[in-house]
Write a protein that binds this ligand. Sequence first.
Ligand code: PMP
Length: 441
Amino acid sequence: LKASDSLSFLLSLQAEMSRPVQARRLEGIDKNIWVEFVKLAATYSKVNLGQGFPDFPAPDFVTEAFTRALSGGNHMLHQYTRGFGHPPLVKVLAQFYEKLLGRDLDPMTNVMVTVGAYQALFCCFQALVDEGDEVIIIEPFFDCYEPMVKMAGGTPVFVPLRLNPPKDGKLMSSANWQLDPAELASKFNERTKAIVLNSPNNPLGKVFSRGELGLIAELCVKHDVLCISDEVYEWLVYDGKQHIRMASMQGMWDRTVIIGSAGKTFSVTGWKVGWAVGPDRLLQHLRTVHQNSVYHCATIAQEAMAEGFQRELMLYGKPESYFVQLPKELQQKRDWLVQSLDAVGMKPIVPEGTYFLVADISQFKSDVPDVPNSDEPYDYRFAKWMVKNKGLAAIPLSAFYSEAHKNNHTNFIRFCFAKEEATLKAANDILQKWKQEKTSS
Ligand code: PMP
């Protein structure tokens, strides 16, 4: 062997023998529902009711504000702004939440602007959860909570919403999914650091009642537990229901971080502006994570959002308010999709909030036979088959359950109805045609 050959042989050995590159905290969380299903929808779907985003335009007042910020006279809007939130935005968010919570807020210490609600959540877990801490997550849940808790070194502890079906033959409602008080209480112990509450809940659309929030609040106070309150769908509630804020429950302001999202609030998911609102004793630690990771979210988007909130503050509670108009329009869209699904026997669970709707696919099982003992839950296979064969994209409900509980919830899929009337009609056409094929075969 020549010297150069032996060197390259040694180097190749070293490459093979090198230690794992991936940090241990990523083990088991590398698979992601959105990567897989967003790709499937892009490849096959004719009608995409999968991922949660509106396909209708954002309101003019926010897009115009964005354009003004972009090409108006203030060239400084192209530069860094205050890291913890552009001053006009944190000021108006503080004013807004003062109204909602009935307490004084300091824009500089009680509000932080983030890159979407995702980053606000990430800051919460990184800032507040330690190795060995337990975090209670109510199932079904927005999927990123589990990996975020794990990346912080914490242990997720799951407690399910259980379905109590209506007895009178009525359509199921998200309100039929309830916590068992004794089961919930049994999850709290001295290791519990926080509970994640998502009301209105993605994927079910459940809007937690005052009684349910009271139950959670009591346990949080009793066990000195924090609440990460993901309220990104706070304006999307229907049928005259009211969104109740955990931070307004007795004893909870001091231990709650509220998470919000401009994407959901103003139908601009691509802007990725979110925020956290809470007491300084919690937010100061979120600021440390934010400062040392992201630092900052796009100035122009924040400026435009500030204008959006100023308008909404002026029109608060009035019929012209976007926060009044959007839920009205979405309720109509919800009802169309409920009718379409009910008509073909894909039984809908009527959501009280959010822009998602979960439906029961049991009656369609003959089209996509189950494969016993498969690694893949049935609803995954069904949703994949549906997008490939019918062109209709939806998300399997078991994606919103922990690994251990996935296989108990494989008869449902989630649709997003924040879509143009034409999109929902196209979905209806697909479902009707499918139903006809089923009856004639
Ligand atoms: N929380 C929930 C419950 C969500 O559904 C979403 C978005 N699907 C987020 C947080 C993330 O919001 P954003 O797009 O503002 O990051």
